[in-house]
Write a protein that binds this ligand. Sequence first.
Ligand SMILES: [Zn+2]
Length: 374
Amino acid sequence: MDFRKELFSGRDPYDTEGTDALFAAAVRENARYHAAHCPEYRAILEDFGFSPDELQTTADLGRLPFLPTAFLKTHRLFSMPRARMPIVASSSGTSGKASEIGMDFGSLVSGAKMVRRVFAPRGILSARPCHYVVFGYEPRISNRAAAAKTAFGYTFLAPALSRVFALRYREGKYVPDLDAVIRAFERQEKSPFPTRTIGFPAYTVFAMKRMRERGIRLRLPPGSKIMLGGGWKQFWREAVDKNELYRLAEETLGVPEDEIIECYGAAEHPILYCDCARHHFHIPIYSRVLIRDARTLEVLPIGRVGLVNLITPMIRATPVTSVLTDDLGILHPAEECGCGVKSPWLEILGRVGLADVKTCAAGAAELLGEGAGT
Ligand SMILES: [Zn+2]
């Protein structure tokens, strides 16, 4: 049985309740695969005395041993030879270390189906051409950061008339060029086609703030969208209130709030979380999210704040079935949004001081013995 294929072929991307049994089966199948093909992963499961066969329902997901993202940044784990991975993505590694996540062909097919289903309600897949402003890295062969690939990938969701990058590669490093972006916006205001911006929220806000300072007020053509993704990274202190961001977009670019779309994801967990019309990240059928106590790592009930544990059976090349991020978050019941989407939603509150996560990463490293998997 290929439960992954069945899960990623689901029609309603937010019917988590209706897909619980299928999800548990797909995770069991995925964990079995990794245990059979990745010796380090098998060692971790054995150390916890856990067998994938114990995964019978989604209630068992919390017992599946997880890998902290901090651990994946120092250990390369693969469950198949590199030759069978069309893509190896790395996290952006703001701390200098990056994880490398292999993507097998089946995971790419699954990902393509997911992107279609998740983006459909927000009108992102379109045959109408547009101009792209990427608040991210100009592509280079050597830049394997998942964020760069993702942002560039987004410029294929509707045909591209032009692409402008906010982070340009000059003399060996990336430098922001917000003035070039503002000049592009000024040209695009006169175009018959809409503009889409894509990428880091911080740079998007920096550009709009600079426009406000200079008194530049544009009206981008109808249908223009602002797409935010990649997180705030090192700019947590700059994180503006979302309502302030919506006001800025309306004032400087003439883009209304319902055309502002935010996405959440991670190299170690390439599931697409796209916000709903009320800007909440509902959990799609392709993943489940657990919130864990930052100290005890126990699974917390819905409504409590803790570390975000992301689970998906999407990838066979790297054992990222269950990863513990260093993001702090909270799960809300669907009714607390009220937009009509049936699944609970995840609110990201920030990033923890890394000490706790490092502790569990070190714990996992110890399990593998010195230097294993690096
Ligand atoms: Zn909603």
